[in-house]
Ligand binder design. Structure first.
Ligand code: MG
Length: 383
């Protein structure tokens, strides 16, 4: 059996000098013995997969299409698996740390509340004057505090490099407030997972939108990214002209390939152009090194605006998200009005951990799955 040091040497020999190395990890906040045959980031991955917030992802939706029809739409758990797959493929091809990328991708949505971004807006609204609510920072709370599984420390005690994934939308000075080195940029692994997330949701939201009949293929053909990709696959397999479902699958698959290929080529170009050859150069580069070429970035933005206008804000989808955005605020108010409704171990956190009551309620509501939130609304808020 290989021990940890040997495994690290073996894996790190294949890494780019710009990659993060487990043997150079800045470690964990609380002292923690490392196991004999698992690396730091492998262990982070295992802790994420075994935590309760991870399992709850299966009952949280992003676009809330589950109400429209069918059981085969994505939920946050299957989305997380897709992001992980896309990110690992790119990490391996670019010589980045695949174990770290896997941990980052599996954790990336742990801070999302019920009902996706409308849920986030509702919580942010009720938390005005009490610190607000943001799903990335909530993810950090989940892994640092809210998960309780170990006798020696709260949270999962993840490594610095995995926790850093939740800082991706913070300004460089903003990072210091959460214990991350001031003046540094995020690792390439963190940047990569952010873009793998975009590739996954842009493409699968199109697929779910078409499958649920909310999006129309004729309208999608107005978009360069869709039309060019569709023409390409039809040119190769003319039979797809008569096979609607197969055509949609083929276009979506090819779009992922195109976005992935472009992202990797453009990233290599930027590394070369900026003379970034070592991890320390990555850390001191103020601009993002992982990204799409200008041409594809523009087409991708057109696609995203299209999805906003025609899918996320489609009356049928918007009707449900707006309803539950309002109801989530009612759920919060119901707990605020009668604290006895909060489970004991949550209420106790006010004294034990010096949290405000508003934050404790927010943490509890943010942890809810869509269906649990629906039950709580029926129980406390339904007139
Ligand atoms: Mg995501």
């Amino acid at each position: 059996m290989r021990d940890r040091a040997e495994l690290e040497r073996f894996l790190e020999a294949a890494l780019s000098p710009c990659a993060v190395r487990a043997s150079d990890s800045r470690g964990r906040v609380h002292p923690d013995d490392e196991p004999p045959y698992r690396g730091v980031y492998q262990r982070d991955r295992d802790r994420i997969i075994h935590c309760a917030a991870f399992r709850r992802l299966q009952y949280k939706t992003q676009v809330f299409v589950s109400v429209l029809d069918g059981d085969h739409h994505r939920n946050r758990l299957t989305h997380t698996m897709e992001v992980t797959q896309i990110a690992r493929t790119m990490a391996r091809a670019l010589g980045l740390n695949e174990d770290l990328v896997e941990a980052l991708a599996l954790a990336h949505d742990l801070g999302h509340g019920p009902f996706g971004h409308s849920g986030e807006d509702a919580l942010n609204e009720v938390m005005q004057g009490h610190g607000g609510f943001n799903h990335n920072l909530q993810g950090l709370r989940v892994v640092d505090k809210l998960e309780r599984r170990y006798a020696d420390f709260p949270g999962l005690n993840l490594s610095y490099e995995t926790r850093e994934g939740f800082t991706k939308n913070l300004t460089i000075p903003g990072r210091a407030q959460y214990g991350f080195a001031a003046g540094e940029s995020p690792s390439l692994e963190v940047q990569l997972v952010g873009h793998a997330d975009e590739i996954a949701y842009d493409t699968h939201d199109i697929e779910d939108g078409l499958d649920s009949n909310v999006l129309k293929e004729e309208a999608l053909r107005e978009l360069d990214l869709w039309r060019e990709t569709e023409d390409e696959v039809l040119g190769e397999k003319p039979v797809l002209a008569h096979e609607q479902r197969l055509r949609w699958r083929s276009v979506v698959r090819r779009m992922i390939r195109r976005l992935v290929g472009d992202l990797m080529a453009e990233t290599e170009r930027r590394l070369e152009q900026s003379n970034v050859t070592m991890l320390k150069d990555v850390r001191t580069q103020p601009r993002e090194l992982v990204g799409f070429s200008i041409g594809l970035e523009m087409k991708k933005r057109d696609l995203e605006s299209f999805l906003h206008a025609n899918f996320y804000n489609h009356p049928e989808v918007r009707g449900h998200t707006a309803l539950w955005q309002a109801r989530l605020k009612e759920i919060y108010a119901a707990y605020r009005k009668d604290l006895a409704r909060l489970p004991d171990d949550h209420r106790k956190r006010v004294d034990a951990e010096g949290e405000t009551i508003e934050r404790v309620i927010c943490d509890y509501v943010a942890g809810m799955t869509d269906r649990f939130a629906e039950q709580q609304w029926e129980r406390y808020c339904k007139a």
